[in-house]
Write a protein of this length. Structure first.
Ligand SMILES: *Cc1c(COP(=O)(O)O)cnc(C)c1O
Length: 397
């Protein structure tokens, strides 16, 4: 039998992939996925070495919590391992409806839809609401899946300068009159920088120009404002009409959601292709998220600990005080970031280098994230090592 790789078209395909890879390798932008065996909430094993994980988004360690694991196991025993089909075909298992009701209550909205992942939620929302002739304004540092959803919608997509409300308003003044509908997309907590969006001002501008705001709070729920999320970092809370998030980070599970009005959610249930044409999340993921949400709602001290540890770290390392558990140490070139990451690995810390296109060119960095399960002593040790890089960080600002 001939192998598929020996056919002429397959050979040209392989040659294409190999030359692309060689180009990425030359620019130090090739990525490799390594086997990582999680030992507990903060320790992982890679290449036979045990490392302390300082780059996970499982901020509360809930993916390892005994009650969360037990809930997932019970749901698997009761409902099976898979959902079987899209909810529009077979209906949804009761846990999904329960989680949607719980998330809506948690976010103070009338309704909620759970999706297969946060990425899928963002591929669903803008395309279901926007189309040709509409305008989407997106913060230049917003997450890749907000950009992907915006592009899929066929609306005109323009960026505004990061957290720059004057720039946002100038663009609305210029472009809004030509657009039928308008939408503003932003992270609540920026995933690679850890700063918060200026939501009260942003929502006021949105109201002045009749633009619908979608806030992606993937890194807010569970760790900002006692776990309530970035909207609650402000008084009064800054509540966007479209509040999206993930089950995959501090909730320790897998999935995504949109909390919004009943009419908006009903429209998405009918029209959103990443809901209609994909299989519903597995029962275990939904049960785990429900239990995690219980813990987030009842244990404020646990939710505050990751940001507290981040502040301790920054004080010790000579970095500016952070507002979230995400601390960027910007080093500039991809090679500098790779070098710093590999030195930390030698000392027993897993801190992955973040390079373009995840972050803009020239801003490759270490992105250090803190977990409620980390020890103070380990944090102080890491701060001592990172302090060697801190002066460069200040010079870069
Ligand atoms: C991780 C992330 C997502 C994607 O969520 P998943 O559930 O992992 O697909 C969306 N938005 C932001 C800001 C993220 O950081």
């Amino acid at each position: 039998m001939t192998s598929p790789e020996s056919m002429p078209a397959a050979a040209s395909l392989d040659a294409f992939a190999s030359s692309k890879l060689a180009g990425l390798e030359r620019r130090q932008l090739r990525r490799r996925i390594v086997t990582t065996d999680g030992l507990d909430a903060v320790r992982v094993e890679q290449d036979g070495r045990t490392l302390l994980n300082f780059c996970s988004n499982d901020y509360l360690g809930l993916s390892r919590h005994p009650e969360v694991i037990a809930a997932a196991q019970a749901a698997t025993a009761r409902h099976g391992t898979g959902a079987g089909a899209s909810r529009l075909v077979t209906g949804g298992h009761p846990l999904l409806f329960e989680l949607e009701a719980r998330l809506a209550r948690f976010k103070g909205t009338k309704d909620c839809i759970v999706f297969g992942s946060g990425y899928l939620a963002n591929l669903a929302i803008a395309p279901a609401l926007m189309g040709a002739g509409d305008l989407i304004l997106i913060d230049e540092l917003a997450h890749a899946c907000l950009f992907a959803g915006a592009q899929l919608s066929r609306a005109r997509v323009e960026t505004f300068r990061h957290n720059d409300l004057a720039d946002l308003e100038a663009r609305l003044v210029e472009m809004r009159p030509d657009a039928r509908r308008a939408m503003i997309l932003t992270d609540g907590v920026f995933s690679m920088d850890g700063d918060l969006a200026p939501l009260p001002g942003l929502l006021a501008i949105a109201d002045r120009h009749d633009a619908w705001t979608l806030v992606d709070d993937a890194h807010g729920v569970g760790v900002i404002a006692g776990g309530r999320g970035s909207a609650h970092a402000f008084t009064p809370p800054a509540l966007a009409p479209l509040q999206m998030g993930t089950l995959s980070k501090s909730l320790g599970s897998y999935g995504g959601y949109l909390c919004a009005s009943n009419a908006v959610c009903e429209l998405l249930r009918t029209r959103a292709r990443p809901l209609v044409f994909t299989t519903a999340p597995a029962p275990a993921s939904i049960a785990a998220a429900l239990k995690a949400l219980d813990l987030v709602e009842t244990d404020t001290a646990m939710c505050e600990r990751p940001a507290l540890l981040a502040r301790r770290f920054c004080a010790a390392a000579g970095l500016p005080a952070p507002v979230s558990p995400i601390v960027p140490v910007i080093l500039g070139s991809a090679s500098a970031a790779l070098e710093a990451s590999s030195r930390l690995r030698e000392a027993g810390f897993l801190v992955t280098a973040i390079r373009p296109p995840t972050v803009p060119r020239g801003t490759a960095r270490l992105r250090i994230t803190f977990s409620a399960a980390h020890d103070e002593a380990d944090i102080d040790r890491l701060a001592g090592l990172v302090a060697a890089y801190a002066p460069q960080q200040e010079a870069a600002e």
